[in-house]
Design a protein around this ligand. Structure first.
Ligand code: AMP
Length: 417
């Protein structure tokens, strides 16, 4: 055995097919919603993430893979997409207040504790809309996220939403939370105690049982909403109802990354244990300015988006929902038919989308059929001199075990087992 790095995996077989289907589905929907694809480097300057993420965020404090390269420069493997995408927006001198939509996908790295659905190298789909102030875009992005999961036939997920309000609202809430948790300080877990000063909001995310009991009575954010926050959040809920999107308001929902203001949401499942978030996102209207973006028409640049974990989506995509291409084996009865097998395979590959494999092996038909069964072949075309002469082929359905004589046209039109 040659060990892999902890929390990393080779991707092959059905998992690779699922991974690719997830990306393909996302690409098709990205196009329909008018997103452009952006590919950013996997390595970035470490300072990019220090700028974008606050101290007190796990991703920055504990999980980032940062190192010094041979030239002494501090680099990081990207732990998330938003900071690099925002860097791109700032660098191209984006200066429009029209919606501009970017879609990315690829590997990310976090020094996390590996378990089902949690890896150190994992992949995300990432969608962001810039210059989109209206709450309609929050609804659009949630609707897009839901459509991706629906098209992947992912069952039984729930949509949790919350509203963090504008920056002042969030700050007020942080103060109230600080006061509340401070009275229970000695009962809190060590981790929550360390979060108390810098990021009391993150305590709401604690999985510790004792913390959870205290959190049940923690103040909720709507107490500090101003008129505008109330109006926006009500409008979002109306829009979700109009779009027939079921959701619940989790008044203690917070997100791991610190830059969110306004809407936040998570899509949750019970199917992969504690790691239950399939995707998460929200609005981060201050990030552009915080990262040094120049004002556009005297304003910042609003942004709303989400990221979905491809491995987690893959885990909850049911195998029977997953349609793979038909796999057909061509089995020459003897060496005499080898050349015809090759020609038939070449023709079928040109004319169909089937997976075609020829078994040119010095073994008898029974053994060849055993290989087809073992390799999940759907059909075996048995090629003897008779079949070549009549151009009527013996085709064995490996699922029903029936054999029928089929012409080339019939074979091309096989649609399922
Ligand atoms: P985040 O970037 O933390 O908001 O996470 C967005 C989504 O990425 C989560 O809902 C997960 O589906 C996925 N994700 C985050 N961290 C990991 C990880 N370590 N391993 C696998 N998937 C992850």
């Amino acid at each position: 055995m040659i060990d892999l790095v902890r929390g990393t995996k080779d991707l092959f077989g059905i998992n690779l097919l699922k991974h690719k289907l997830i990306i393909k589905t996302a690409e098709q929907l990205a196009k329909k919603y008018n997103f452009q694809e952006l590919q950013t480097p996997i390595i970035e300057k470490a300072s990019l993430f220090t700028k974008a993420l606050e101290q007190g965020t796990d991703v920055l404090d504990k999980e980032i893979y940062a190192f010094q390269d041979k030239g002494g420069e501090f680099l990081a493997l990207r732990p998330e997409f938003t900071a690099p995408v925002m860097r791109h927006i700032i660098n191209i001198g984006f200066n429009s207040n029209q919606p501009y939509k970017l879609f990315s996908y690829g590997p990310l790295f976090r020094y996390d504790r590996p378990q089902a659905g949690r890896q150190r190298q994992f992949s995300q789909l990432n969608f962001e809309i810039f210059g989109a102030k209206s709450i309609f875009y929050d609804a659009e992005i949630i609707s897009l996220a839901k459509q991706i999961l629906d098209e992947l036939n992912i069952p039984n997920f729930k949509i949790a939403i919350n509203y963090l309000g504008k920056t002042e609202t969030k700050l007020k809430y942080q103060q109230i939370l600080f006061k509340f948790f401070d009275t229970y300080k000695s009962d809190l877990s060590i981790l929550s105690q360390t979060r108390l000063e810098k990021s009391p909001l993150r305590i709401l995310d604690s999985k510790d049982e004792k913390d959870r009991k205290i959190i049940l009575n923690a103040p909720t954010i709507e107490q500090v909403f101003d008129e505008n926050d109330i109006k926006n959040f009500e409008e979002l809920q109306n829009l979700l109802q109009v779009l027939k999107i079921d959701y619940f308001w989790d008044k203690h929902l917070v997100r791991g990354l610190s830059y969110y203001t306004g809407t936040i949401f998570e899509f949750l499942t019970d199917e992969i244990g504690a790691q239950s978030a399939l995707l998460g996102g929200g609005r981060y209207d201050d990030l552009y300015a915080n990262m040094g973006g120049k004002s556009i028409n005297n304003q910042g640049l609003s942004a709303v988006g989400f990221a979905a974990g491809i491995e987690r989506l893959s885990l909850v995509m049911h195998k029977n929902n997953f349609k793979k291409d038909l796999k057909i084996y061509i089995l020459p009865l003897s060496e005499e038919e080898n050349l015809e097998s090759l020609l038939l395979a070449t023709n079928l590959r040109k004319m169909t989308n089937f997976v075609i494999e020829t078994l040119i092996l010095n073994i008898n038909l029974k053994k060849k059929l055993e290989i087809v069964a073992k390799c999940d072949g759907d059909y075996a075309i048995i090629l003897g001199s008779e079949e070549i002469k009549s151009q009527n082929f013996s085709v064995r359905n490996m699922h029903t075990k029936e054999t029928n004589k089929l012409s080339l046209d019939n074979i091309i039109n096989i649609s399922e087992f």
